[in-house]
Design a protein around this ligand. Structure first.
Ligand code: 5AD
Ligand code: SF4
Length: 462
């Protein structure tokens, strides 16, 4: 979502003459787009701001300015703290107000032109310079954003934002705000535009994407995610559809049937479970048990036998005992994941879990994480190894780091490296997997497919 938001911020800043640079020392403005999900992520912001202050001062010595903006969820949660601790920051804006970035930048530019920079940073703080906009506006930002342009064959499309689930460990409902679904007609228009720009794959984004319930594109009422995907699948030239991130509770029959019926819907699903212990799932306010998660996975696999899963796990949630952790390990072994993200529980200010008693000691968290990650890595490697010798459809999306190489994605999301003669960026090629590492695969081309995804071989190799 932050990658998508950063791209949209680039779009809104383009009319002001700003364009991205790879070389930070050349920048006239730096926007830090921040994440508050775990402590480690948000700590990074303050150390980065310290470095940027030095650059701002160097720039000023050379008679140039450097506007510094902090966007995203750390800005939302700690905006005033950022302003107080780092008065050299010009703009602080939350995830729901970045459509107003041009106005804020214009104001910051004016302030700089009026020579506010002659003040020391401490004076700036005392004089109240700096712009803070962390509102949740009544009108959604999407109504004010320009149509995005696809930058390659694979594009993101935000369909839903925010979350009303209030898992007890999570800051998202506070930083991203209440759940909001974009109207289906807006999404379809944006999807058509992205496909006409050359996108062949769309990843639908939302913090709780399968809670999607936007206004129907035809008639009255609302559409769920399954219905929306069905409409998207009718777009000519859209060969692959993915969505992330889902909640097990919102995985309904309509969506499961969509997986069975729609060949463009890729057979890879990120479905966070967090824990395998019912006691912990209850304390997390997840709204599902381990058995309910397993049952949903069984139904998905009945509908789509080649479907593979990835997940998120938290170890060391308050009150997690050895037996609870053993339940998580049992679920991992039973369900099987080809990829996963796993984290030590990180207490977040203002969330209910951070005030719970029986916080798990750090060494116990570390030990459990190591055990879990070893098993997850074993499963990931086993899947990748089992792909060797199989043929898969690969959507080539970028040049490789080595010359003479292209990289694409398998239907199951692994990066696949092929020799450059295999095709060009944007092609879907059939390639036989020849080797793999834990995180990627190498393949040789065995043919090129046309636009019709039905001609692609996406048989699950395991
Ligand atoms: N501590 C550790 N992990 C967390 N996540 C969210 N909040 C926390 C937290 N407080 C993880 C969850 C979520 C993923 C995006 O980040 O696993 O699914
Ligand atoms: Fe956070 Fe996801 Fe729970 Fe919402 S459903 S509170 S985003 S973990």
């Amino acid at each position: 979502m932050n990658v998508y938001d950063s791209a949209r911020m680039t779009d809104v800043l383009a009319p002001l003459g700003y364009e991205p640079t790879e070389d930070q020392t050349q920048a006239d403005m730096v926007v830090l787009n921040t994440c508050h999900i775990r402590e480690k992520a948000s700590e990074k912001v303050f150390s980065e701001l310290g470095r940027l202050r030095e650059q701002q001062e160097e720039n000023r010595e050379q008679g140039r300015d450097l506007i510094i903006a902090v966007a995203g969820c750390v800005a939302q949660a700690e905006g005033q703290v950022i302003m107080d601790r780092s008065p050299w920051v010009d703009i602080v804006l939350g995830p729901q107000t970045y459509h107003r970035l041009p106005e804020m930048v214009a104001r910051a530019e004016r302030a700089a032109a009026q020579d506010d920079r002659r003040y020391t940073t401490n004076e700036r703080r005392l004089r109240g310079f700096g712009i803070l906009d962390t509102e949740f506006p009544a009108e959604p930002k999407f109504d004010h954003l320009p149509m995005p342009t696809a930058q390659g064959p694979s594009a993101f499309l935000s369909v839903q934002e925010g979350c009303d689930k209030f898992c007890t460990f999570c800051v998202v409902p506070y930083t991203r705000g209440a759940e909001y679904s974009r109207p289906a007609s807006d999404i379809l228009a944006e999807a058509r535009k992205l496909v006409s720009d050359g996108a062949r794959e769309l990843t639908l984004l939302g913090q709780n994407v399968n809670a999607y319930h936007g206004n129907a594109a035809q008639g009255t009422g609302t559409w769920g995610l399954g219905r929306l995907i069905r409409a998207l699948a009718d777009i000519n030239g859209l060969d692959r559809i993915r969505y992330t991130t889902s909640h097990p509770r919102d995985l309904d029959d309509e969506l499961i049937t969509a997986h069975a019926d729609i060949p463009q819907l890729m057979p890879f699903l990120h479905l966070p479970v967090q824990s395998g212990s019912d006691k912990i799932l209850r304390a997390m306010n997840r709204g599902h048990t381990g058995a309910e998660y397993r049952a949903k996975v069984d139904r998905l696999r009945t509908a789509v036998p080649d479907l593979v899963l990835s997940s998120d796990f938290i170890v060391g949630f308050p009150h997690e005992s050895d037996a609870d952790f053993a339940d998580t390990m049992a679920l991992v072994r039973d369900v099987g994941f080809i990829q996963a993200y796993s984290f030590k529980y990180s207490p977040r200010p203002g969330t209910p879990a951070s005030a719970m008693e029986s916080q798990v000691p750090e060494p116990v968290k570390s030990e459990r994480l190591a055990i879990l990650q070893e098993e997850l890595m074993r499963q990931q490697n086993a899947f990748n190894q089992s792909c060797i010798g199989k043929t898969m459809a690969v959507l080539l999306d970028r040049p490789g780091r080595q010359p003479g190489q292209l990289v694409g994605r398998s239907p199951f999301m692994q990066p696949v490296h092929v020799p450059a003669e295999a095709g060009t960026v944007g092609d879907i090629v059939h390639a036989r997997i020849t080797s793999c590492s834990a995180t990627s695969m190498a393949a040789i081309p065995v043919g090129k497919t046309g636009h019709d995804p039905l001609t692609t071989d996406r048989t699950c190799p395991v």
